[in-house]
Design a protein around this ligand. Sequence first.
Ligand code: NDP
Length: 240
Amino acid sequence: MSRVALVTGGSRGIGAAISKSLKDAGYTVAANYAGNDDAARSFTEETGIKTYKWSVADYDACKAGVEQVESELGPIDVLVNNAGITRDAPFHKMTPQQWKEVIDTNLTGVFNMTHPVWPGMRERKFGRIVIISSINGQKGQFAQVNYAASKAGDLGIVKSLAQEGARAGITANAVCPGYIGTDMVMAVPEKVRESIIAQIPAGRLGEPEEIARCVTFLVSDDAGFINGSTISANGGQFFV
Ligand code: NDP
């Protein structure tokens, strides 16, 4: 029987590429999303992957969502915490609301999703957790105090879960993408995007599939001894 993988924010952008890559690798995939029903519908039509709508910022909804996926597809072996948002503003203009929305989704969302799948993984003595963090969680970024804090916090979660899960056969790792050509980055004004690309040694944005391949490796049996690690995939823009 194939392993079951749940990808949050799995119907668009990097998450969609991860969902497809895992499906191609033989997993039964569930793709969660927040509200873009049209994107989810066409994703399912194109890929045959089932989509599930709830917000990762809502703990009770996450718990119910995990129960629904497990009752329909089977116990979740792989969780990819990919859902994320930006609410950029220079710090002196950043509102408490902008802070809260980003922390609730990018950081608390990882707790909300990982907590309900963790006991089952411990019981079954197998689990793979991957968090999609960001280059900006590693180095900080102008106008992204909220986002950088959330993504740096994700790296702390990974390092701690790695220690707690190791004896139970659970690994937790992070991927830190640089700038990838998704809606999130295409929403940035073209001039700003050009200046971003000028700072990438590779001279281009990354492809969602380049992040998906990192994830597919990290959740494989071949990566069983990789735990608490971060893969940076950023075209040479930043070294830890
Ligand atoms: P997109 O904006 O293209 O897609 C985001 C996805 O997350 C969508 O599927 C969206 O659902 C979902 N989502 C957003 N909020 C929630 C929520 N509260 N609950 C459930 N799902 C939610 O983003 P990207 O593909 O660009 O980014 C994916 C991840 O990669 C994010 O964590 C981002 O921070 C990170 N990242 C991206 C980089 C980039 O350059 N693009 C660089 C570094 C990191 P819906 O479709 O319903 O809106």
